[in-house]
Design a protein around this ligand. Structure first.
Ligand SMILES: [Zn+2]
Length: 320
C-alpha cells in the first residue's frame, strides 16, 4: 500500500484533533476503540495516537518528532510501546497475557505505556477474556488502542469497556475527489469517458485499499468480473474469467456479483416491487455465500457461478 501520512487523510482530521485535545486536557480514555478499517487508515490512526500519547513535548498538531520518546518511537524501538497483531488468523491468549504483564511494569521512559492491538476482531474468546481485566483496571498512564475492520465480531464486554472513536467515512464522491487530488485515477483511453472507480469501494474496504488496487492488477480483475458477469447473464453460460476462478478469486467474483445485482435493481426502472425484492433477496444469498466461503475447505466454483447465473435469469425471466 502506498504510504500516506495522517495529514493526507482528511476524513481522519477531526477525530485525531479531538483525541489530541483530550490528551492535552488529560481527559483521554485509557482504552480507545477504532472502528476504522485498515482501508481507511485504521493502522495509521492507531499509530499516530500512540505516537502523540508517548511524546514528551506534545504540540497542538501531534507528536513533536524531536524528543527522545519520539525518536525511539520512529525507530520502532520504544520499550513502552507494544504492537499486537494476529499470530496466524487469531490473536492468541499468550500474546495478550504477555502484553498485560508488560503493561504492569513501570514505564522505562517514565511516560505512557501504550498497546496497539491491530484487527482486534481476531481475538478468540480466551484472548478477549484475558484482556478484560486490564481494560477494567488498567493502572495509571496506560493507553490501549484497539483497531478493528469488523466491529460486529467484537464481544460486547470488550466494546463496553472502550471509548469508541467516532468518525465519518468519506462517501464515494469524496473518495473520488481524494483519489483525483493524489493523481491516482486511471487515465481513460483516448476519446473515452472516465468511469467511476468507486463502484467497488464497499467490497474493497476503503480508499487506501482502492488506491492500492488501482496501482496493481487487482482493480482490473474486479472490472473484468463485472463485464464477465454481465455477459454470462446475457448468454446463460459462464464466460471469460469466471470459467477459471481459483479459490481466492471466487470470493472477489461473488462480491462483484453482489454489487452487480444491487446496481441492477437501482438501474432497472421497469422492475416491479416483487421482482426487485426477489433480486435483493438473491443478492443477500450471494453475500452470505461469500462469508461462508472464507471458512470452507473447497468449492466447485464454476458450478456455483453457473447456478447463480441461471437463478438470476429466472428471476428476471430472461428472454432473448
Ligand atoms: Zn516528541
Amino acid at each position: 500500500m502506498q504510504a500516506f501520512g495522517l495529514n493526507q487523510l482528511p476524513w481522519l482530521d477531526e477525530p485525531f484533533q479531538r483525541f489530541l485535545n483530550e490528551l492535552a486536557n488529560g481527559h483521554s480514555a485509557h482504552a480507545q476503540l477504532l472502528t476504522i478499517d485498515t482501508g481507511l487508515g485504521g493502522y495509521l490512526f492507531a499509530h499516530e495516537m500512540a505516537h502523540a500519547a508517548m511524546c514528551q513535548n506534545l504540540t497542538p498538531v501531534g507528536a513533536c518528532g524531536q524528543c527522545k520518546s519520539c525518536l525511539l518511537f520512529k525507530a520502532e524501538t520504544h520499550p513502552d510501546c507494544h504492537v499486537i497483531k494476529a499470530d496466524g488468523n487469531q490473536i492468541k491468549v499468550d500474546q495478550i497475557r504477555d502484553l498485560c504483564q508488560k503493561l504492569t511494569v513501570t514505564a522505562q521512559q517514565g511516560g505512557q505505556r501504550v498497546a496497539i492491538i491491530q484487527n482486534c476482531e481476531q481475538f478468540n474468546l480466551a484472548s478477549a477474556n484475558a484482556l478484560l481485566k486490564t481494560l477494567e483496571e488498567p493502572g495509571n498512564n496506560i493507553l490501549i488502542i484497539l483497531q478493528t475492520d469488523v466491529p460486529s465480531r467484537l464481544l460486547a464486554t470488550i466494546k463496553s469497556r472502550c471509548q469508541n472513536v467516532a468518525f465519518n467515512a468519506p462517501d464515494r464522491r469524496q473518495v473520488l475527489a481524494w483519489l483525483s487530488s493524489h493523481q491516482l485515477l486511471p487515465q481513460p483511453p483516448y476519446g473515452e469517458k472516465a468511469h467511476d472507480v468507486t463502484w467497488c469501494l464497499s467490497m474493497i474496504g476503503g480508499p487506501l485499499k482502492l488506491a492500492e488496487s488501482l496501482g496493481n492488477q487487482h482493480y482490473q480483475q474486479l472490472l473484468q468480473y463485472r463485464v464477465d458477469w454481465a455477459n454470462s447473464i446475457k448468454s446463460g453460460h459462464l464466460t471469460g474469467s469466471l470459467i477459471k476462478l481459483s479459490e481466492q478469486q471466487i470470493i472477489d467474483a461473488l462480491n462483484v456479483l453482489y454489487l452487480y445485482l444491487r446496481q441492477y435493481v437501482l438501474k432497472s426502472k421497469e422492475l416491479d416491487a416483487l421482482a426487485a425484492s426477489n433480486i435483493i433477496g438473491f443478492s443477500s444469498k450471494v453475500a452470505q455465500m461469500c462469508q461462508k466461503l472464507a471458512t470452507m475447505a473447497s468449492i466447485n466454483a464454476p458450478a456455483l457461478c453457473q447456478d447463480y447465473i441461471l437463478e438470476f435469469r429466472q428471476l428476471i425471466h430472461y428472454r432473448q
